[in-house]
Design a protein around this ligand. Structure first.
Ligand code: GLN
Length: 242
C-alpha cells in the first residue's frame, strides 16, 4: 500500500515545527511497510492536487499568509476536486484560516480564504492573543481521546459549525474559547502546532487511515510501540490538567 502526500508551501508555511508532522507520518507508515511519498508544492508550481491522498498545509505568520493566498486561490478548483474525491486534509493555524471565508489582520487588511467553509477569522488586539500549551478532547472517526499541543494566534475564528475538539485547557478558536479547530470526514483543521502529530500518535494514525482510504479500503492499522510518545503526552496532560 502507498500514500502520497502533497506538502504545500513547505518553506513558507512552517511555524513551531509543523514539519515534524510530515516526519511522523513518514515514520509511522514506514514501520508498517506502507510506502509514503512526500512531494512539495511551491508558489507557481504546477501540481494536480487530486493525484495525492493527503494535503498538508502548515501555519504561517500574517506575512507568509499574504505571500501564498493568491497562489492558493488559483488552485481552488484543483483542491475542490481533490476534496470531492476524499483526499485527506491536515491544516494548521494559518492554513486552517485560509480554508474559511477570510482572515482580517490587526491592521484591518483582509486576506481572502478559499471559502470552502463558513468560518471566518479576525485578529484580536495584542492583549487577547491565544498563546500557550493547549489540551483538548476530540471524538475523531469514532474514537474519543485527549490531544495536546501548542497554540499561538491572534486570529479569532468564528462560525465554526463542526469543531475538531472541546477545549480542556487553553483557548482554541477564540480567546478563552470552548472549542478548537474544524473537522469533517476528510478535513482536520486546527490551531495546534507543537507539532501536533509527534505528541498525538492517535491523531497521526487517524490521518494515515483517512489518506489510505482515498484509494484503499482499510479499517485499522497494525499497532506499533508508542510508549515514548504516550509518556511525553501524559506528562503534558498532567501538567495542563492538574
Ligand atoms: N497569522 C495568523 C494569526 O496570528 C496565523 C498564525 C499561525 O499560523 N500561527 O492568527
Amino acid at each position: 500500500m502507498k500514500i502520497k502526500i502533497i506538502w504545500m508551501y513547505h518553506t513558507l508555511m512552517d511555524l513551531y515545527g509543523d514539519k515534524g508532522n510530515i516526519e511522523v507520518l513518514k515514520t509511522r507508515c514506514q514501520k508498517r511497510g506502507i510506502d509514503c511519498i512526500v512531494d512539495t508544492c511551491a508558489i507557481g508550481e504546477d501540481k494536480n492536487i487530486d493525484d495525492y491522498d493527503l494535503f498538508f498545509l502548515g501555519g504561517g505568520a500574517d506575512k507568509e499568509q499574504n505571500m501564498i493566498f493568491s497562489d492558493l486561490i488559483q488552485r481552488k478548483e484543483s483542491i475542490l476536486e481533490a476534496m470531492n474525491h476524499n483526499t485527506a486534509f491536515l491544516l494548521i493555524c494559518g492554513g486552517y484560516q485560509l480554508f474559511g471565508q477570510y482572515y482580517k489582520d490587526q491592521d484591518g487588511n483582509i486576506v481572502d480564504g478559499l471559502g470552502f467553509f463558513d468560518y471566518y477569522t479576525e485578529s484580536s488586539d495584542r492583549d487577547h492573543r491565544c498563546i500557550g500549551d493547549i489540551a483538548v478532547e476530540t471524538t475523531m472517526d469514532g474514537d474519543t481521546f485527549q490531544v495536546v499541543g501548542f497554540e499561538n494566534h491572534g486570529g479569532q475564528t468564528k462560525d465554526v459549525n463542526q469543531p475538531f475538539a472541546r477545549v480542556l485547557k487553553g483557548h482554541g478558536n477564540i480567546y478563552k474559547g470552548e472549542y478548537e479547530g474544524f473537522m469533517n470526514d476528510t478535513v482536520l483543521a486546527t490551531y495546534m502546532h507543537g507539532p501536533l502529530l509527534p505528541k498525538n500518535p492517535m491523531v497521526a494514525d487517524k490521518i494515515i487511515l483517512r489518506a489510505l482510504n482515498k484509494r484503499h479500503k482499510v479499517d485499522s492499522l497494525e499497532s506499533i510501540n508508542d510508549d515514548l510518545e504516550n509518556k511525553a503526552r501524559e506528562v503534558m496532560l498532567k501538567r495542563l490538567l492538574k
